[in-house]
Design a protein around this ligand. Sequence first.
Ligand SMILES: Cc1ncc(COP(=O)(O)O)c(C=O)c1O
Length: 358
Amino acid sequence: MGPGPSNPYPEVMLALGKPVVGHLDPEFLAVLDSTNDRLREVFATSHALTLPISGTGSAGMEAAFVNFVRPGDPVVVGVNGVFGERMCEVASRHGAEVIRVDAVWGQPIEADRLLSAHPSPSIIAVVHAETSTGVRNDIAALGAGKGDALLLVDMVTSLGGIEVEVDAWQVDVAYSGTQKCLGVPPGLSPLTVSDRARGRMVERPTSWYLDLNLLSRYVDGGSEGGRVYHHTAPVTMVAALHAGLGVLLDEGLEAVQARHASCGKFLQDGLEELGLELFAQAGHRLPQLTTVRVPDHLPGGMSEADCRRLLLSRYDIEIGSGAGPLAGQVWRIGCMGHTARRRNVMALLGALKEVLCS
Ligand SMILES: Cc1ncc(COP(=O)(O)O)c(C=O)c1O
């Protein structure tokens, strides 16, 4: 129950044990095509260029910037946590003129502030679900007001957990990670790119590995000349993602989101009943990632790290520490993917009660 990886779905673990076939094997290519179709459903998009990038969520972030930023481009980045900070770092490494829009950590970023930060940005970038603070930043108003800019959104912790509407929100570039609400181990970063953004791709990005022009020639089986080898696709991880997306779609996206919502509420209500204070602003709390303030006084002079160690060693439950400046101040509790079950929340609340009230 940390901030990820979550527990993978059992169907995913079975898929990881399947025989390994070649990355150009017709059987695998069918799985890859079907995975991309399933990703389109989960992202709620018809974007043709939708694929799992080989690498974790950070590879998706890197791909999102390296393929669209040219030196000197004005890029507006919303920062209300560690991952907004990281977007600034990645964008500036690719030569962007970064215009930061900061909000207090624990609070959302207002869309108007992002939209008015620069008269003609080439990109507006924001994290949908800030894993470091447990806050949701709303996206729809950014899509409606973006003008000529591309809208680039980090959906690492949101995809599969809360509502995601790439087309309806007019998101141009979005990436995610497998190890959070998708219930798959870490290793792939689903990415989707609008046709509008595709027309503005850097022709020869400084990363060869993450070059979407090259990757699309392998992924897009329908293109002229057929598939062109780029790098060896991580076939086993793609099979695992395929299985995880299958679980989500079989359950139904709305039902999956409702499960995350009810587990998150159950957890957040239970923490307050224990006398703990939630960190993220009400109304913008993520159900899949709860931040709670570490109490000032812990029993027996325990530190917050002692508490987490006790939860792990005595009850087999992992929760996360605070990230960045919130280290030592908050705990981060994940309820993502297969972990988002009422029984897990009950076990944690019971364990916390014993640890904190003993
Ligand atoms: C919102 C967000 N963006 C990006 C990342 C980076 O992903 P990864 O650690 O999988 O590279 C994370 C990881 O937790 C995240 O939560």
